[in-house]
Write a protein that binds this ligand. Structure first.
Ligand code: SF4
Ligand code: SF4
Length: 354
């Protein structure tokens, strides 16, 4: 994150807007990854993700632009379902988001070809989820196999995003083998790791034990110096080991609004929805922003402290703006009533004059 981005984000927070917006662009996905949070019961509380009325075609493009223009984010994450299911709509939408000078990340499995014209869209970042080496990935994420991914990313620059699972940490050197493979590809611009984040009470082999988590972080620390494409800092490594206690302590959750495929239903408390176990969170977005928040400014103050104060100012600004908006719409309604009234009287007058 550049300093200028931080300053812009701060300005947005002070103005009462959230700088990041995550949109589940569709409820459809040809994959069925074990541990996928979007399709888990409870992701949207009592509402089933698959029951949402999602849009297509111009209706989808227009509705997303309307949400963006209303919420004024600096960065938009388009997630799924699988965003490429709506590649035609995205081919129209992405240039329009880019024209607004808003960063946009499309998080995809690369299950189908990524349109080559996307390669020249400014502000666009393609993030391809690749969960381990072929032996594990191809089982978890079929039909988005390595063979397909390698074909579909040709001509693009991508960020590789790997969610580390308990299974991967059963073998020493796994992460190094993974990074070595992807760092050698000309399409790869950056490599990011998340650690699998369970829901409260969830069980399963994806979840890392405390020992596996510690080993994963040690392996990452070891790889950091060797592979410059690996997006990691010492502060991030610390944050993987000390995740936020709850969503109110999570900067990512605090600065990102998340909506689901009907573009109305909020995904809370963060993009995982449901009841995520913050104590075992390893989401790279949360880790990255936590590291920024823990950074000390000259004078010793942490960025997190400034953020908290700014959020409280922003909340007041937002409620004032909403109050004024309500007042304006009440006035215009009253104006319309007066107008109707006037028209009615005039009409009667005209009638009586005629
Ligand atoms: S690709 Fe994403 S949305 Fe689809 S099943 Fe896998 S994790 Fe879930
Ligand atoms: S991103 Fe992680 S730490 Fe933040 S609210 Fe979600 S689960 Fe909790």
């Amino acid at each position: 994150m550049r300093k200028s981005d931080l300053v812009r984000a701060w300005g947005r927070i002070l103005a009462g807007y959230l700088p990041a917006l995550s949109i589940e662009i569709t409820k459809e996905c040809p994959l069925s990854c074990p541990g996928c949070y979007a399709f888990q019961p409870g992701h949207l509380g009592d509402i089933a993700f698959t029951s949402l009325a999602d849009r297509r075609g111009d209706a989808l493009v227009d509705a997303i632009l309307a949400v963006i223009d209303d919420r004024k984010p600096l960065v938009v994450y388009l997630v799924g379902g699988e965003p490429l299911v709506r590649f035609r709509e995205l081919s129209r939408l992405l240039p329009k988001i880019s024209e607004r000078k808003i960063y946009v990340e499309v998080v995809t499995s690369a299950v189908r070809p990524i349109p080559i014209e996307w390669a020249s869209i400014p502000y666009l970042n393609l993030v391809v989820s690749i969960d381990g080496l072929p032996a594990e990935h191809d089982i978890r994420r079929k039909p988005a196999t390595y063979e397909r991914i390698l074909k579909h990313i040709q001509g693009h620059q991508i960020a590789v995003h790997c969610t580390v699972t308990g299974q991967m940490m059963c073998r020493n050197g796994y992460l190094e083998e993974f990074v070595r493979f992807w760092a050698a590809r000309p399409e790869v611009r950056v490599i990011r790791f998340s650690l699998f984040t369970p829901q409260i009470g969830e069980t399963g082999p994806e979840i890392l034990t405390a020992d596996q988590r510690a080993r994963a972080v040690e392996e990452m620390r070891h790889l950091k110096g060797q592979f410059p494409l690996l997006q990691l800092s010492e502060q991030m490594l610390d944050s993987y080991l000390n995740p936020p206690d709850n969503p109110s302590q999570c900067i990512f959750a605090q600065v990102t609004s998340c909506i689901s495929a009907d573009l109305e239903t909020a995904v809370t408390p963060c993009q995982f929805g449901g009841q995520p176990n913050c104590h075992e969170c390893g989401c790279v977005a949360s880790v990255g922003l936590d590291a920024v928040g823990n950074h000390r400014l000259p004078g010793g103050l942490r960025v997190r402290k400034i953020l908290e104060v700014s959020q409280s100012i922003g909340r007041s600004v937002r409620s004032l703006r909403e109050h004024l908006k309500d007042k304006r719409s009440t006035h215009s309604l009253q104006g319309a009533n007066v107008g109707d009234h006037a028209l009615g009287s005039n009409g009667s007058d005209l009638k009586s004059q005629s």
